[in-house]
Design a protein around this ligand. Structure first.
Ligand code: NAI
Length: 255
């Protein structure tokens, strides 16, 4: 056996939004490297398919349905994960949505409220539920924010506000729980090729599509495996001195 980087063997990991895109890619990579993973998502069918893909290879992913916008649903999820895994080492708060690009004065109440409810309050629900589970032994909470949580994001202002909020939660909790050895970090990708982004691209004309693709100096979308590889490192003990920061994966956009 070699000595793989980002060793997550035996780690007990809960991933929200694990049925698709970055969450599914992270779950599959972590399970392949020997982690025991619970994925949670609104989408039962897609979630069960990801779990089946892993079990077909003898790897460990179990699906549980959740709506992260609902605090009771999140409490039930954490009780399930603690029971299923016999504890928790890492929580990846990845479930999220975006909204149709629009200038701020044309944004609907519904788009604004829903982005805050899922992306910001949903992450808070999960952090609140995760902390008591991690207090006895320490652990790591990884929140998937975005470059939109670090800088201006014209036309997606509600999304951007929700992701800036996630950065605030991440940094504050990192200080509050440092003594308890619970770390909090954020992952901040730029546009990455997932169903979420493909759905956005499909609503735009060619000029706007190219603007998104070329927003990164590398002039391409990120690939999910470029995000999941970083997530795996964060889940491993190799990240043990990183706390309260953004792990930015953007091809140089913010450089
Ligand atoms: P995706 O749409 O492929 O996957 C998101 C998953 O979250 C879906 O399976 C969806 O069912 C689930 N979900 C949505 N609302 C939920 C709720 N209320 N409760 C439980 N599950 C829910 O999207 P993608 O791109 O993989 O996004 C994952 C995360 O990465 C999101 O937080 C997103 O904001 C963030 N992100 C994505 C970027 C991208 O370019 N794809 C860039 C930066 C951040």
């Amino acid at each position: 056996m070699g000595h793989p980087a980002a060793n997550v063997e035996g780690k007990k990991i809960l991933i929200t939004g694990g049925a698709s895109g970055i969450g599914a890619a992270s779950a599959l990579l972590l399970a392949e490297r020997g982690a025991k993973v619970v994925i949670a998502d609104l989408s039962e069918q897609a979630g069960n398919e990801v779990a089946e893909q892993a079990s077909a290879k003898g790897q460990s992913i179990v699906f549980h349905k959740v709506d992260v916008a609902d605090g009771e649903s999140v409490r039930a999820l954490f009780a399930f994960a603690m029971e299923q895994l016999g504890g928790l080492d890492v929580v990846l708060n990845n479930a999220g949505i975006d909204h149709k690009p629009a200038p701020m004065h044309e944004l609907s109440d519904d788009d604004f409220d829903r982005n805050i409810a899922v992306n910001l309050k949903g992450v808070w629900h999960c952090m609140r539920a995760a902390i008591p589970c991690l207090l006895p032994k320490g652990g790591h909470v990884i929140n998937v924010a975005s470059v939109a949580g670090l800088r201006s994001s014209p036309m997606i202002s509600a999304y951007s506000a929700s992701k800036h909020g996630v950065m605030g939660l991440t940094k504050s909790a990192a200080i509050e729980y440092a003594k308890a050895n619970i770390r909090f970090n954020a992952v901040c990708p730029s546009f990455t090729d997932t169903p979420m982004v493909q759905n956005t691209l499909a609503q735009l004309d060619e000029r706007a599509q190219n603007a998104i693709i070329k927003a990164s100096p590398m002039r391409r979308l990120g690939r999910v495996e470029e995000i999941s590889g970083a997530v795996a490192w964060l889940c491993s003990d190799e990240s043990s001195f990183m706390n309260g920061h953004a792990f930015t994966l953007d091809g140089g956009m913010l450089a």
